[in-house]
Unconditional design. Structure first.
Length: 234
């Protein structure tokens, strides 16, 4: 796969604090403009015009509208960054990755957090016995866990995120994608950072997962200090 894009730390605002996000410096982040709809539309239109220069104005306008609608969904769901990494056709094929990050609540417990269980709950699926690879690792926030899988696109409206082992006579999926998820949080739980990456070519999932793990492993969340009570001494 191609060399990893350059990464650096940038501060992002969050309603509950701020995120020091360690992320690529040269990717296209759809959420850079925040709530500035005019600037965001200009950015999205430029992306569509450069990606589909031979399309007529009508379809390009529709693509831009769809991209803007997707931005609003991401912002509503609390996503703080949605980066696109696109590499032209080359020796290893064309790479198109989408990587998102957001702050999530991890249950606070008196014992070690089972991040595998947290991720299973988040996706609403049981991971045991599925075609999924999991690994725990240390992070700047304390602890972390990563998941790598190859979701199967079974039909136009159904995707199996963590496929069951193939069985004889099972229907062949329309396509396979690459999925990498990392969750980092303090050892006792609390607010953590979840990073999710998807790629169109399932064979590129390991290369993409290395970037997802770097972002989750080296990023931190700084909580907003609680306001002092009235009458409290400074």
């Amino acid at each position: 796969m191609t060399a990893s894009p350059p990464l650096d730390v940038s501060a992002l605002r969050h309603p509950l604090g701020s995120v020091l996000l360690y992320a690529p410096t040269d990717w296209l982040d759809l959420l850079t403009d925040g709530d500035d709809e005019e600037a965001a539309r200009t950015r999205c239109a430029d992306l569509i015009n450069r990606s589909y220069p031979h399309k007529a104005a009508g379809p390009r306008q529709a693509y831009t509208d769809a991209l803007m609608a997707w931005r609003r969904v991401l912002l509503t769901q609390g996503v703080i960054t949605h980066g696109v990494v696109a590499v032209p056709e080359g020796e290893y094929g064309r790479a198109v990755w989408q990587i998102s990050a957001g702050v999530v609540e991890v249950p606070t417990v008196n014992q070690d957090v089972d991040l595998g269980e947290v991720l299973a709950r988040h996706f609403g699926q049981e991971l045991r016995g599925r075609q999924v690879y999991t690994e725990s690792f240390p992070t700047e926030m304390g602890i972390g866990m990563g998941i790598i899988s190859q979701p199967e696109l079974l039909s136009a409206d159904r995707t199996e995120l963590f496929p069951e082992p193939a069985t004889a006579g099972a229907a062949r999926p329309l396509a396979k994608l690459g999925l990498a998820v990392c969750l980092a949080c303090p050892p006792g739980g609390g607010r953590g950072l979840m990073v999710v990456g998807t790629c169109l070519d399932a064979e590129q999932v390991l290369s993409m997962a290395s970037i997802v793990a770097l972002i989750a492993g080296k990023s931190t969340f700084l909580e907003q200090p609680e306001p002092a009570e009235d009458g409290a001494s400074s």
